[in-house]
Design a protein around this ligand. Structure first.
Ligand code: COA
Length: 251
């Protein structure tokens, strides 16, 4: 039985963690398959966006506590987190249920994140005697030091609505609106030029890591490059001709 499902729905690749009986905990098999499916979605030219979700009542319960947690320093989960964070195409997190430990990290690594209102979020690591280690690299960037300190030290469970306030995710919606909201997000993304959306993601990831001078230098070069691109030529032509650009036109 596969631990992760991969499905093409139009131009979106849906990747579903599929071990609900163990709350999609990060077993070696699940992490390995997740990694392989992300690579496939990246390589597929017809895939414009990825939806990452879980089957069953939880999104992901973090490290596999029945297998002794996380061992080697070169744990492949690091590779998965980094891949999601830096993935060239937008990744929509469809957070169907609880996200604990590494599961919050995975949710936080996604670019556009919608959760069921019933989902709870917790950095529960201290409660089993460890720390939110690798996920802190991404989560402190999202939460800031103040909120990370609270959540990491207390392990407190917070609601999806609170996770939105904290900046961990974008939206919390009733469970029966989750799929419609994910489709709305995908439709919004489809309005942008595919290359522009990819570049916008890199912009958000990269700018906070650069100095102000480096940031201006890099973005001034980048914008000139994009204005000279075929995609922008089409976008500007479409604007002048008062029609949707090719990539956003309804078939
Ligand atoms: N690793 C391995 N198995 C896990 C797991 C994990 N992280 N989280 C849940 N499971 C297993 C449970 O052991 C249980 O198996 P069992 O049926 O053989 O007893 C099954 O999944 C269902 O778990 P349960 O706790 O009954 O589900 P729930 O829906 O009531 O609660 C959670 C879901 C995620 C809130 C809860 O399972 C939990 O707190 N998990 C641990 C999360 C955690 O601390 N992760 C950080 C690790 S550093």
């Amino acid at each position: 039985m596969p631990a992760v499902r991969y499905e093409l729905r139009g131009d979106a690749a849906w990747i579903t963690l599929d071990q609900p009986e163990r709350r999609n905990a990060l077993s070696d098999a699940l992490v390995g398959e997740l990694r392989a499916h992300l690579a496939a979605a990246n390589a597929a030219a017809d895939v414009r966006a990825v939806v990452l979700t879980g089957a069953g009542p939880a999104f992901c319960a973090g490290a596999d506590l029945k297998a002794g947690g996380i061992g080697a320093a070169d744990n492949p989960f690091v590779e998965v987190l980094k891949t999601v964070w830096e993935f060239p195409k937008p990744i929509v997190g469809r957070i169907n249920g609880h996200a604990f430990g590494g599961g919050v990290g995975l949710a936080a690594a996604c670019d556009l994140t919608v959760a069921a209102e019933s989902a709870l979020f917790a950095f529960s690591e201290v409660r089993v005697g460890v720390i939110p280690a690798m996920i802190s690299v991404l989560c402190i960037r999202k939460l800031g030091i103040q909120q990370a300190m609270w959540l990491f030290l207390t392990g407190e469970r917070v609601s999806a609505a609170r996770a939105v306030e904290l900046g961990l995710i974008h939206r919390a919606v009733p469970a029966d609106r989750l799929d419609a909201t994910v489709e709305e997000v995908l439709d919004l993304v489809r309005l942008g030029g595919p290359n522009a959306v990819r570049e916008a993601k890199q912009l958000v990831r990269r700018i906070p890591e650069l100095s102000v001078d480096e940031g201006f230098r890099w973005t001034a070069t980048k914008i000139a490059e994009l204005f000279a691109s075929e995609e922008a030529a089409e976008g500007m032509r479409a604007f002048v001709e008062k029609r949707p650009p090719r990539w956003a036109a309804k078939p």
